[in-house]
Design a binder for this molecule. Structure first.
Ligand SMILES: NC(=O)c1ccc[n+]([C@@H]2O[C@H](COP(=O)([O-])OP(=O)(O)OC[C@H]3O[C@@H](n4cnc5c(N)ncnc54)[C@H](O)[C@@H]3O)[C@@H](O)[C@H]2O)c1
Ligand SMILES: [Zn+2]
Ligand SMILES: [Zn+2]
Length: 385
């Protein structure tokens, strides 16, 4: 069938909205009509070349680069067709995407670490996770990748059943898209990786989509003081709406503030989720972390960042933890449903995070708005729900 998508032809972009050819789903695969796609900063990192698939993997597949590729990994939609052997989904089911494909069989899935699933690890390598071949093709017949094996910036996409999580049909599909990345990544960064508990002091550096998920995770789990750090005034103000108790424009301001708030103890957990993490951000975040506390690196860094400098003796003797996280260390099949329930019981604010809705054709304007600091989360609304 023919469909339309926002495609990157090379590093630097822009997103090109055009028609493409989509094959029917094969064994283990599902055709999804997208309802909504969130504008996560990670897709912009792929456009900018901050992040890409490892070249040696691509060469072994005979592919020069990961381009052309359809963008988008944070999506919701409706199942339209299932391939052979797919028993867990049927046409009409409502789903959100999981940017980590989850096989349910590997060592990591079997031990409650679906976010590390062996099937999900090649998320930037083009081709289907089922058999490595392509269902998406440009109108000239060229193989077309789909970011994170999802391709949410498309009216229709074919994904592995392992890349989907079923949700209740009553759940509104547009806010549900945020359950595919921003919310689990942010919420889980604070709760699963940062271990936030009642009464804690938490700092969230970067109050965009992911940071707002982290702020909400901290609030819902009882943090007493939540400091949002963001250079953009609008983000500082909005953070207060989602549960931050204080805000600061930069790490230096936050250091003074957190020192005062904690009588010098500093924060129990720090979530670092700015647009792009620099080595200085890591050093600053560790200064904000108390002895025995945890500093969680959630934001992406450039693939050219190979080292960070930190006060190593302080780090060792103050018994600090520096943790990375993918997908907020969430298990998509268990956690997306739990987070949906928090939304349905009015604890998790999703609608309020969607500052603007866009049409697929406006994807470049939408990313310009994100980079100008104008939106918490922008969402492409495909208008089917
Ligand atoms: N680890 C994962 O699994 C995962 C998943 C999704 C996204 N990410 C990454 O998380 C990061 C945030 O994504 P997002 O979609 O929330 O982006 P976003 O653009 O919505 O938010 C980033 C925020 O950081 C702020 N900011 C920029 N520089 C800052 C600085 N020096 N200090 C404090 N704040 C600063 C911006 O004003 C913005 O509000 C990106 O790097 C993205 O790639 C990681
Ligand atoms: Zn994302
Ligand atoms: Zn697995």
């Amino acid at each position: 069938m023919r469909s339309r998508a926002a495609i990157l032809h090379d590093v630097g972009g822009p997103w090109s909205v055009e028609e493409f050819e989509l094959d029917p789903p094969r064994a283990g695969e599902v055709l999804v009509e997208m309802a909504a796609a969130g504008l996560c900063h990670s897709d912009d990192h792929i456009l900018k070349g901050d992040m890409s698939a490892p070249n040696e993997v691509l060469r072994s597949l005979g592919l020069p680069t990961m381009f052309p590729t359809i963008g988008g990994h944070e999506g919701s939609g409706i199942v339209r067709e299932v391939g052979d052997g797919v028993t867990e989904f049927a046409p009409g089911d409502h789903v959100v995407t999981s940017f980590v494909a989850v096989c349910g069989q590997c060592r990591w899935c079997a031990t409650g670490m679906e976010y590390l699933c062996d099937a999900g690890i090649g998320t930037l390598t083009p081709g289907m996770p089922t058999d490595g071949t392509f269902r998406h093709h440009t109108s000239e017949g060229k193989s077309l990748g789909h970011i994170s094996k999802i391709g949410a910036f498309a009216e229709h996409t074919v994904v592995a059943a392992d890349s989907l999580v079923k949700i209740e049909p009553e759940l509104s599909l547009v806010p549900a898209a945020l359950l595919a990345c921003a919310i689990p990544t942010g919420y889980g960064s604070a709760v699963n990786r940062g271990g936030v508990r009642g009464g804690d002091t938490v700092v969230v550096i970067g109050a965009g989509g992911i940071g707002t998920g982290a702020i909400q995770g901290a609030r819902i789990n009882g943090a007493a003081q939540i400091v949002a750090v963001d250079p953009v005034e609008f983000k500082q103000k909005s953070a207060l709406r989602f549960g931050a108790t204080h805000s600061a424009a930069n790490a230096a301001e936050a250091l003074d503030l957190v020192r005062d708030l904690t009588y010098g103890v500093m924060a129990d957990a720090v979530v670092v989720s700015p647009s792009l993490i620099t080595p200085d951000d890591v050093r600053d975040a560790l200064k904000l972390t108390r002895k025995g506390g945890t500093c969680v690196l959630t934001g992406m860094t450039s693939q050219l960042t190979h080292s960070v400098k930190l006060n190593l003796q302080d780090f060792i003797l103050m018994n600090k933890t520096l943790a990375g996280t993918v997908f907020g260390s969430c298990n998509p099949r268990a956690d997306v449903v739990r987070l949906a329930r928090l939304y349905q019981t009015s604890q998790l604010m999703l609608d309020e995070m969607i500052t603007r809705r866009y049409r697929l054709d406006d994807v470049n304007d939408a990313y310009a708005d994100l980079l100008n600091g104008e939106i918490i989360r922008g969402v492409i609304d495909f208008g089917i729900s």
